[in-house]
Each structure stands twice: as C-alpha cells, then as structure tokens.
Design a binder for this molecule. Structure first.
Ligand code: PLP
Ligand code: MN
Length: 378
C-alpha cells in the first residue's frame, strides 16, 4: 500500500499532516536570488550541491537562476539528476571500482559528467570505464586544503595526477577540487577566513605548478555556505559548491558574521512541522517528531518563533518540549522546528511540502516535490 503523502496541493497550511518536511517557497526563492546575485556579482560560477536537496525540482530552479549545473556525492544522485534534466554534474567525490564507474561513464552519454581523483589508480579506473563506454570523462584532481578528508597534498603530487589525466585519451583534465569542509562551521569569521586563506595558498601554488607543466587549470571548485564569500573574493576559486544556503539550518545559524551577529545572509526555508500529541504534565509537551523526522548529528531541532520553548530528548518518534507552562503549546497544537542539519534531515522524508505564504493567514500548499534521491547512497 502506498504511503499517505502528508499533504496535497491546494490544502490550507493547517491541513498538513505531521510530522512533515516543509519548504517555505518564498524564503527559498529569496535564498536562490541572494546566492545567484552574489556569485554573479563576484564573477564566479555557482554549482550548488545536490546532496542538500536531492531533488531535480530544486536543481532546475537553481539552474534557472544561473547555476552552471550541480554537484553531488554519489553516482546514484547523479543518475537521478540527469534523469530529471540536469545536463552538467560534478561528482565532487572519489569513485572507486568498475561497477560504479561504468554507471558514471554511461551517464556521460547523456550529460557532461565530471568526477574527482586523488590516486593514480582512480585515474586508471576512470579511463578504463570511459573507454568501455566510448565516452570522455572530465576529471578534477582533488587536493586536501585542510579538511583532512579526501585529496592529495597540494603541489607536485597533484601535478603528477593531472599529467596522468592529460595523457589519457578518454579523460579530460578539468582543474582542481579544493573544498575545505571543516572550515564551514568555524563560528567566527576570522577563523573561517584564516582557514580559507591557508587553503588558497595551497590551491594557488598548485595552479602555478600546473601552468609550469603546461596544464591549464580551468576550474578551481570548492566552498560551502559557511565560507563562499571568502572563496568568491579570493581570485583563486572560480566555482562555488554551496548547498545548504537554500535551506539554512540551525547549525549554520550558529555561525557569526563579522560584527558577531548570527549569520543571516540566508533565511530559514526548511522546517519540520510537528504536532503535540501529549501533554502529560503542564511543563512537558510531547511532539511527534523525533530523530526519524529530523537529523540530530549537528544539534537538536530548534522551535521556530516560539520564545522560551526548548526541544529536548529526541527518541525515535518523540521529542519533548520543555519551558514555562505559560508558553508551552497544548495537545493538538502544531509548531515549526528548524532542523539542526538540513542535508540528513531531507534524506528522512519522501516529500517536500511546498508552502506559499508560510507566515501569513493565507498559508497554503502550492506543490509536493519528491525527495527523488532519498536514500541514493550508492
Ligand atoms: N562541496 C562538498 C564537496 C561538500 O562535501 C559539501 C558539504 O559537505 C558542500 C560542497 C556544501 O556544503 P554546504 O551544504 O555546507 O553549503
Ligand atoms: Mn551538511
């Protein structure tokens, strides 16, 4: 039996079932415009990360606002994006093994596909898969600019890999993947700036050595929502991979701007709508959204515009609200939660319930969009 969707287009906001994933279309659209204007104003390309939204509906809206394509982490995400009409996908990740690389090479018949490598074996495997499918794959060399995840050291090792790519006749050397993940949530702008400036030294050095070796570095791609302004102004990066900016989660709201105030460049556009199912005592309300409805790896969900109400103690299907009984909601009441971390929260839901006029008396469901790449892990 198919699952009941939590809402239908045309319904009033108060008819939406709980718990459900709410997209505030007005705030989302303003976030799209803000990022598009910023990146265009600084002469850098925008290639938003689809691991955040897992939705061709959203990808196509980003592209309509000037994004050059999408990033994703997984081959299965790339497949869903291409099927949904995206024609330029960067898998901002290393892909190992013939089975996955064959799928990626097949996709390159329909769309421009780029992947990252940080080992000579990765170059060889990608070249062999491209040859089997008679396509050319674009390849970025990933350098570790401080995140200590994937990537070779900046400098000569990266040049050796780029030369190996350039020698292959089924691969095209595209440039560098230089993403600094751990810098994104450093709370102060000074810490983020220092981390990205240091990352930029390694990236610039690599670009210069590549040029000395006769290899033009067309793309230097990286940056997330926490640091995109720094990369955009650097003169080194020319492509921005931010993902979370469209939704703006509670963890990003804990970042600080230059004057110490909360990071407010983007608006909260993604929420969990939850309902109070029990209020056994006056100072405890129990809601129907636990950690199967909102990811808690980067902090608990935060009640939205509910001064004094604190979400505590998530279990699988329950959350406990505490606070002064005078401000706690009652059984049957509903409230919005801002998820701690947007990307894994989205992956818990089948549908975006897209709401127009969310904070108005006319709030209503404009559309339901599937989280099409939900669970796309391979
Ligand atoms: N690029 C890469 C390679 C990432 O892993 C991520 C997120 O972790 C991003 C870009 C986007 O970051 P954010 O969603 O924080 O903007
Ligand atoms: Mn994230």
């Amino acid at each position: 039996m198919p699952l009941h969707p939590p809402a239908q287009a045309g319904q009033r906001f108060d008819e939406i079932d709980t718990p459900s994933l709410i997209l505030d279309l007005d705030a989302f659209e303003r976030n799209l415009v803000t990022m598009a204007a910023y990146t265009q104003g600084h002469g850098v390309r925008l290639r938003p990360h689809a691991k955040t939204h897992k939705s061709p509906e959203i990808a196509l809206r980003q592209i309509a606002h000037g994004a050059v394509g999408q990033c994703c982490q997984k081959v299965s995400e790339a497949e869903i994006l291409v099927e949904g009409g995206v024609t330029d996908v960067l898998v901002s990740n290393e892909i190992a093994g013939a089975a996955k690389l064959d799928r990626l090479a097949k996709l390159a018949r329909q769309a421009k596909i780029t992947l990252c490598v940080d080992h000579l074996d990765g170059v060889r495997e990608a070249a062999e898969a491209a040859a089997r499918h008679d396509v050319v794959l674009d390849v970025l060399v990933e350098i570790d600019v401080g995140g200590r995840r994937c990537g070779v050291a900046p400098g000569e090792t990266a040049v050796r890999l780029a030369e190996a790519i350039a020698r292959s006749n089924t691969l095209r050397f595209g440039g560098l993947q230089a993403y600094h993940g751990t810098a994104q949530h450093m709370r102060s702008i000074d810490e983020r700036r220092e981390a990205i400036e240091r990352a930029g030294l390694g990236a610039r050095n690599t670009v210069e050595r590549l040029a000395q070796a006769g290899l033009a570095c067309g793309v230097v791609s990286g940056a997330g929502t926490g640091t995109f302004e720094i990369e955009s102004q650097s003169g080194i990066w020319n492509e921005i991979q931010a993902g979370s900016y469209i939704f703006m989660d509670a963890d990003y709201a804990r970042n600080r701007q230059a004057d110490g105030s909360p990071f407010r460049t983007f608006e909260h556009a993604l929420f969990i709508l939850t309902g109070v199912m029990s209020k056994p005592v006056p100072d405890r309300a129990v809601v129907d959204a636990g950690h199967k409805a909102a990811a808690i790896d980067s902090g608990l969900p935060v009640p939205y515009r509910r001064e004094g109400v604190v979400y505590t103690k998530p279990s699988d299907e329950h959350g406990v609200l505490t606070g002064d009984p005078a401000v706690l909601p009652h059984r049957g009441d509903r409230l919005l939660l801002v998820p701690g971390h947007c990307d894994p929260t989205v992956n818990l839901h089948d549908w975006y319930v897209c709401v127009r006029g969310l904070h108005t008396a006319d709030a209503h469901v404009e559309a339901l969009w599937p989280v099409a790449a939900r669970g796309a892990l391979t």
